[in-house]
Design a protein around this ligand. Structure first.
Ligand SMILES: Cc1ncc(COP(=O)(O)O)c(C=O)c1O
Length: 473
């Protein structure tokens, strides 16, 4: 029989397959040979053609079957364009900081520390204990396990000076990570179409959460000494904003820690303007040559709403953060939490509490400080040697990142792409600006895997920056 015959058989079988349920068995080759009065070779050829189109699969010894996954016709989602209407705000794609990567690249882009910096043994033991306890089958109270609430309150309370009332366990709400806390706060304390002041640059996830909540972002310039208090004052007065989102300790991305005079001024300003300070203490466990100093410890009048995450320092799998808020604001926040997530898994809360209650947790944090110092210094030294065109305004005293200034004639996105093509992942700094970037930056995380490769990473960055400048001329 000719090719034409195998083509005709394939065509008839295609119609049979189209009408058959997934998983149906085709007639045997022998039956097809008899049915089509064709040779076995011709029948096999027709079956191979169907297999190549993904319509059937041959299972040796069992027969040929209609494939469960068939090449589907393209769906028409056009109706959703009308149903969704116009986009309420800019919708950025996934951040560079959340990219997952193969093992063989030098990863300086990520937002979370590598697992060798986590208390892995403590976490595994904590999960084993949590699985055996009541938490595995119970529903915790909506504001969190009372013991974990008490731990968050006590940690902040330990920094409260005499004369001020420390927070109580009842002031704490446990959340599934501080990212969801930001979303909750922008909804509960600010609201759509109302302004919130933010440092510029600031955490991309805060920009995203604010935009999703429809909140209007008002940037206030911030550098190695934190925000400019005069600009902050002006922005409060000009916009009537009643909230300022900020990171006073080891800010992402700049690494800045506010000096005490700036911290005092900001507290005085939020009081004077009747506003909230949303304090994101994301790097509380990542002090290197300085201790974190929470502003919330200096406020007992409900102006500071404090967010403290355990996700980065305990484990990304223990998605738990504590929020401390006093007064009616806490009720608004709790109502929002109820609407969004209702409560955080008791197993995660029990595991988090178990880890941070162990004496070994303190030992782990002391070791972590040394590891972060060594990694930070290695990368800083390598950049000075291999990327002389770049500039660091300051070596951060805590946190996980360097905020590297590039020459003004470079394009950070292009530099990042060039680095990636040479096996080094970096994050272009533009994502951290709520409005137009005020300079060219890369954010480099020194807590990723394989710290031995940091000098190689710096070398690649140096070459990419130099090449980009030459290209721009
Ligand atoms: C400044 C800052 N805040 C909040 C978060 C969110 O942390 P999580 O949701 O893991 O607690 C991050 C994560 O990168 C961050 O950098």
């Amino acid at each position: 029989m000719s090719d034409g015959s195998s083509g005709r058989i394939a065509e008839e079988l295609r119609a049979w397959v189209a009408a058959a349920p997934a998983g149906a068995r085709l007639p045997s080759t022998r039956a097809l040979v008899a049915q089509y009065e064709a040779s076995p070779v011709t029948v096999q050829k027709a079956l191979r053609a169907l297999a190549a189109q993904g319509l059937v699969e041959a299972r040796p010894g069992a027969g040929t079957f209609v494939r469960a996954v068939r090449t589907a016709r393209p769906n028409d989602y056009g109706w959703q364009t009308a149903a969704l209407g116009s986009r309420p705000h800019r919708m950025p794609g996934p951040s560079a900081a959340l990219r997952t990567t193969p093992n063989d690249v030098i990863a300086l882009h990520a937002g979370y520390p590598d697992r060798e910096l986590l208390p892995e043994r403590l976490v595994r033991a904590a999960f084993a204990r949590a699985a055996r306890g009541d938490a595995a089958v119970g529903r915790p109270p909506e504001a969190g396990l009372p013991e974990l609430q008490a731990w968050f309150a006590a940690e902040l309370g330990a920094a409260v000076p005499t004369g001020l009332a420390p927070p109580t366990a009842g002031d704490v709400v446990v959340l599934p990570g501080s990212q969801s806390g930001l979303s909750t706060l922008f909804h509960a304390l600010v609201g759509a179409d109302r302004p919130v002041l933010v440092e510029s640059p600031t955490y991309w996830g805060a920009i995203l959460a604010a935009e999703q909540a429809g909140v209007r972002l008002v940037p206030v310039p911030s550098g190695i000494r934190g925000p400019d208090p005069d600009e902050l004052d002006r922005a409060f007065a000009l916009t009537g904003a009643r909230a300022f989102y900020a990171q006073p300790n080891f800010a992402n991305p700049t690494g800045a820690q506010w000096p005490p005079d700036v911290a005092d001024r900001v507290l005085a300003l939020v009081r004077a303007h009747g506003a909230f300070l949303i304090e994101d203490d994301w790097a509380h466990d990542f002090g290197i040559t300085a201790e974190p100093a929470a502003l919330a410890a200096h406020d007992d009048s409900g102006h500071v709403v404090y967010l403290r995450s355990l996700t980065k320092s305990v484990s990304p799998a223990v998605r738990v953060a504590g929020l401390v808020a006093r007064g009616p604001a806490r009720d608004r926040i709790l109502a929002e939490v109820r609407a969004q997530s209702m409560y955080v898994s008791g197993v995660l809360q029990a595991a988090a509490l178990d880890v941070v209650s162990q004496p070994a947790w303190r030992t782990h944090l002391r070791g972590l400080r040394h590891q972060l110092a060594a990694r930070r210094d290695l990368l800083v030294g390598a950049l000075r040697e291999h990327a002389p065109d770049t500039h660091l305004a300051a070596v951060p005293r805590g946190g996980l990142n360097l905020w590297l200034r590039l020459p003004d004639d470079t394009d950070p996105a292009r530099v990042a792409r060039d680095c990636e093509s040479r096996g080094v992942l970096v994050a272009a700094g533009d994502e951290w600006f709520p409005a137009e970037p005020a300079g060219r930056y890369l954010r480099l995380n020194y807590s990723g895997p394989n710290p031995g490769a940091l000098p190689d990473g710096a070398r690649v960055i140096g070459r990419a920056v130099a090449a980009d400048r030459r290209g721009a001329r």
